[in-house]
Design a binder for this molecule. Structure first.
Ligand SMILES: Nc1ncnc2c1ncn2[C@@H]1O[C@H](COP(=O)(O)OP(=O)(O)OP(=O)(O)O)[C@@H](O)[C@H]1O
Length: 358
């Protein structure tokens, strides 16, 4: 699956935008503030229903009028996805369905971004890594969303019973659902991380020249402990905190490169390539599970990378068989980059620099 057409109106600096991307690699060049990131953002917003850098959809509105829209069409099956915003709210359309559910769009058009802030996946708190893993599990396990929602609901109810200092029975009433959903969720996450870790080494070898990268899933409560018993045993502690302080909502993905924690001890350039390897390993799992191969957005190709690392990254991108959108100030002098779609952006105007050979 690839995006065959992207359109937008009054989206950030673009009065209107339209591209017909290549199904493989698309290189988008342009100077500072030309509109490269905004173009990736238009794609991301259409596929995820939210931006990766704006907190609200209103920020995406251009100067023309108080409304904007983005639209994409896929190559296979010609699915059409549109997101429109005005001051009254936003609406997602999927094919002929108005007010479609964003989860249906997300499932149809998996998209991942690696931008200059991607190091947060390794540097910041565990919620970034949980979201990363859960995004993959969502795409390979169709029951994930239901189980995740059940867990969140039981957790919320249990926590509010703890906060309101209700009697033990009222708190414990949620344990069964919390344990049932929590254990299923954990099993799905564990099997996803194990499978992704198996593919990670090969991508790390290609990108970083070492195969010594590991990902370990910590499920959110101590190994060897039964979740149900732990909830009963720690009830007083949870009462003191006014919250359930163990469980899958506290899970963590521990990432190591050459035995060092990927946080702090690994350089920014290494982090960028390690994250790319994680994204590519996960993308392969999706494809293997019959989901569409994720579309990869890579903002600022050369940032943080030596020429050797740039060559390695280019080779990995070319090898990855999903669709890719890569931005750079200028076309890197690396064979293979720019052989697919080549676009140049200037002041919110996009020019296609090649006859697209699809
Ligand atoms: N809502 C908006 N309406 C109009 N213009 C906007 C809006 N939001 C951002 N811009 C402008 O769009 C321009 C392009 O931003 P964008 O982040 O896409 O550039 P870029 O090509 O990725 O640049 P760089 O390489 O410097 O990051 C910026 O000058 C920004 O001020």
């Amino acid at each position: 699956m690839a995006v065959a057409l992207l359109r937008g109106e009054n989206f950030r600096l673009y009065r209107s935008l339209e591209i017909q991307p290549h199904s493989g690699l698309n290189l988008i060049t342009g100077g500072n503030a030309a509109g490269k990131t905004s173009l990736l953002e238009a794609l991301f917003v259409a596929a995820r229903g939210r931006s990766f850098r704006a907190l609200s959809l209103s920020e995406l509105c251009g100067a023309e009028r108080p409304e904007w829209n983005v639209f994409l069409e896929t190559d296979q099956e010609r699915h059409r996805v549109g997101l429109g915003w005005n001051r009254q709210g936003s609406e997602i359309r999927l094919d002929d369905t108005k007010n479609a559910r964003i989860s249906d769009v997300v499932r149809l058009v998996p998209i991942q971004l690696i931008d200059p802030l991607a190091h947060r996946l390794l540097d910041e708190g565990p919620s970034y890594r949980r979201s990363f893993v859960d995004w993959g599990v969502f795409h390979v396990e169709h029951l994930f969303l239901d189980v995740w929602r059940r867990y969140q609901r039981a957790l919320k109810q249990r926590n509010s019973a703890l906060r309101d200092q209700l009697e033990d029975r009222a708190v414990q009433a949620w344990n069964e659902e919390l344990v049932a959903a929590g254990e299923t969720l954990t099993a799905m996450r564990l099997s996803h991380v194990r499978a992704a870790s198996a593919g990670l080494s090969a991508w790390v070898q290609r990108l970083l020249g070492t195969s010594d990268a590991t990902c370990e899933w910590q499920r959110g409560w101590p190994d060897g402990e039964d979740f149900r018993e732990l909830l009963d045993r720690n009830l007083d502690q949870h009462r003191r905190f006014g919250a359930t302080i163990q469980g899958p909502h506290r899970a963590e993905l521990k990432v190591r490169l050459n035995h060092a924690k990927a946080k702090g001890r690994v350089s920014r350039g290494q982090q960028k390539l390690l994250i790319t390897a994680m994204v590519l390993a996960q993308a392969e799992l999706l494809a293997a599970a019959g989901a569409p191969a994720p579309i990869l957005l890579l903002d600022d190709f050369a940032a943080e990378l030596s020429t050797e690392f740039q060559s390695r990254l280019a080779a990995a991108l070319i090898e990855y068989r999903g669709q890719k959108f890569v931005t750079a100030f200028e076309k890197p002098a690396i064979a293979g980059l720019g052989e697919g779609g080549l676009f140049h952006v200037e002041h919110g105007t996009i020019r296609s620099l090649n006859a697209l050979h699809k």
